[in-house]
Design a protein around this ligand. Structure first.
Ligand code: 6R9
Length: 647
């Protein structure tokens, strides 16, 4: 039953926000009616070395496929995020860093200090041989150096590829090799929820499988004793000792690459999503301004990891382009206890918090007391991202965390989209719990059925976008054809998001989740194919099929069906061993939540695994398996149902 409750825009928001309801309608209409003029006007919020004279130049059709924005513009991203603020707010805080442990000492950097740190980092990269266009892999914990490193790359025109610190050496090696990166920036160790993450040791492991790697730049974070390989490994502090703290910014074309970020898809290995300079930065900055109504002097906290796109766009690029004070937290929201996130809010008087439904559900479990033990009176706005937010979590966020005072901005977007596409604007949009509400200016969503028929009015279908927007990804690194095939071939002339969606009678969008073989575990994307190939790489496994299952905290969990090689005995020990194996191959987020040994998998006569049936069994919905008569061996289904597991 859909939640029909409506939370109208609070009067104080309607009056003071950057955009009110009439303003939204005006912007939205203008963005579609005269897109070129609209975007050239919006582009003025950035500082250009040479202002663009053209806006979008794109086609989603195969014959003339391509996406460009502001293609004759020249700018530098780090100048937009730092230098241009120096005259007006050089002594204001750019980055606040809160360490994992509440007993640890935080750090703070003004815009002027940030300028010095980024220039120094840029000069160190240059001294290590990094030049414009080179790929720099960044495998760092959530420390200020992670922000310095990406901005330093932007300053000299190098392309960064940040790899989440939770990924395994194997996954890291694949990402280094795919973009032919010669340097990795890492740290001795990271800290997360009281545990140490052996980053440098992981890089050493990865290096064995990544022949392109020549240099490892190591930031001292915990001070752990780590072995250094002569000729390859360099301590950052040693390399930084002699360098200048000024570094001239490289003038970049708007369409020069800014970064690659690997993300899971429904097939094959992770794709290197490529974002470029001008359009991406404009989108990150503009969406941060519109959706979160940022005001100078406010403290902004995006509690994501810089290893995900949310961290790129809303810890670093969007907020800094807008001259914000951005808070970076090294740890997790619920360690040492469930009050931690709210204590940090109080400590820094955070105005806006942006987090995930998974984090909220894990906090909800602990009850209201850890929340109510804190003040939270600085909060004015709360944001959500990464997965559908269930109305129950939405209400808890609104009523308990926000004391009923703060609008909830549920933002739907993807690594591919660069920034938010569907979300309420706090001064303009009435809210419905669980709905990402309406498209931002320039965003043209459509719902289609499986055959591509456009669905009008209230409907349920697959979400596509019919127009490009400046923050859209430009290609899959090294595989432009895969870019076209993945996103533009299912529905001709349209970008297919991979998400299912319902539009209600008020034109509100309700994202229902992925309709492809991507599982959203705690807001992190996992391709079923990736987990399957990790499983079959184990010597005892013959075949594997992986599907999503409902999980009360993570949103979705991973359910794996495994067929063993002949003669291998199934056992609880082997189940544990296989779960650990996947964890080691990909990383902890890929660990199966349930693993069932199956004598066979349900296949069609042409050998295609019937995932629909496997999903139903994993969900426990065994009463409605549908037609199984087309299966090569219908009997396997009975065994699967009988031996369904819960872990
Ligand atoms: C930003 C980010 C993208 C996928 C996306 C969708 C899901 C993200 C959502 C949401 C419902 C929201 N998703 N935000 N679903 N409501 N507010 O998460 O990027 O890691 O690439 O994941 O996440 O399924 O397609 P990414």
């Amino acid at each position: 039953m859909p939640d029909r409750a409506l939370y109208p825009v609070p009067p104080e928001w309607a009056g003071r926000a950057h955009v009110d309801a009439a303003g939204y309608e005006r912007l939205y209409r203008a963005s579609l009616e005269d897109a070129d003029a609209f975007w050239l006007e919006q582009a003025k919020r950035l500082d250009w070395v040479k202002a663009p004279t053209v806006a979008g130049n794109w086609s989603f059709d195969e014959a003339d496929f391509g996406i460009k924005w502001f293609e004759d513009g020249v700018l530098n991203v780090s100048v937009n995020c730092i230098d241009r603020h120096l005259a007006t707010r050089g002594d204001e805080t750019a980055i606040i860093w809160e360490p994992d442990s509440p007993d640890g000492e935080g750090r703070r950097f003004t815009y002027r200090e940030l300028h010095g740190e980024v220039c120094r980092f840029a000069n160190v990269l240059k001294a290590q041989g990094v030049a414009k266009g080179d790929r720099v892999t960044i495998y760092l914990p959530m420390i200020p150096e992670a922000a310095f490193a990406v901005l330093a790359c932007a300053r000299i025109g190098a392309i960064h590829s940040v790899v989440f610190g939770g990924f395994s050496p194997e996954a890291l090696a694949g990402r280094i090799e795919d973009c032919d990166s010669k340097i990795v920036v890492t740290a001795d160790e990271g800290c997360r929820g009281g545990r140490r993450v052996p980053l440098k040791a992981n890089v050493d492991e990865a290096a064995k499988r990544a022949p392109s790697l020549e240099k490892v730049l190591v930031v001292r974070a915990t001070g752990a004793d780590v072995p250094m390989t002569g000729g390859r490994d360099v301590w950052f502090h040693d390399a930084a000792a002699g360098v200048d703290t000024d570094c001239p910014p490289e003038p970049m074309n708007a369409e020069d690459p800014l970064f690659i970020l690997y993300t899971s898809g429904s097939t094959g290995k992770p794709k290197g999503v490529l974002h470029t300079t001008g359009g991406y930065l404009l989108w990150a900055s503009l969406t941060h301004h519109w959706c979160f109504d940022y005001r100078p002097g406010e403290v902004w906290w995006c509690a994501a990891d810089i290893g995900w796109v949310t961290g790129h766009s809303y810890i670093v690029y969007g907020p800094l382009a807008n001259g914000a004070t951005t808070l970076m937290h090294e740890g997790v929201p619920n360690w040492p206890d469930a009050s931690r996130i709210w204590q940090i809010v109080d400590k820094y008087e955070v105005d806006t918090l942006y987090t995930s439904p998974t984090a909220l559900r894990s906090l909800m479990k602990e009850g209201e007391a850890p929340v109510k033990a804190t003040s939270r009176k600085s909060l004015k706005l709360l944001g959500s991202v990464g997965e559908p937010i269930n109305p129950e979590a939405w209400r808890w966020y609104h009523d308990v965390a926000g004391d009923g005072r703060c609008p909830i901005v549920d933002t739907w977007w993807q690594t591919e989209t660069g920034g938010v596409l569907i979300a309420p604007l706090p001064g303009a949009t009435d809210l419905k719990p669980g709905s990402a509400t309406k498209p931002l200016p320039g965003v043209a969503p459509e719902l289609v059925d499986a055959e591509g028929q456009v669905l009008e009015g209230a409907a349920d279908g697959n979400l596509v976008l019919t127009r490009s927007w400046p923050g859209q990804m430009r290609t899959v690194w090294g595989d432009h054809d895969r870019f076209f095939q993945t996103y533009f071939s299912t529905y001709k002339g349209k970008y297919f998001t991979g998400d299912g969606c319902r539009r209600d009678e008020d034109g509100y969008y309700w994202i229902t989740g992925r309709v492809d073989d991507v599982i959203n575990v705690s807001g992190h994307r996992m391709g079923t194919a990736e987990v399957e190939s990790a499983l079959v790489a184990h010597p005892k496994v013959a075949e594997a099929a992986v599907v999503g299952m409902p999980h009360e905290v993570k949103g979705q969990g991973i359910y794996a069906y495994v067929t063993l090689n002949a003669g291998v005995e199934a056992s609880d020990d082997l189940r544990d061993e296989l779960c650990k194996w996947v964890r080691r191959e990909i990383g902890p987020i890929a660990t199966p939540d349930a693993l069932q040994f199956a004598p066979g998998l349900p296949k069609t006569r042409s050998g295609k695994i019937m995932r629909r049936i496997l999903r139903k069994i994993a969900e426990g919905d065994v009463g409605s398996l549908g037609d199984t008569s087309t299966l090569a061996d219908p009997a396997v289904v009975d065994d699967l149902v009988e031996n369904r597991v819960t872990r």
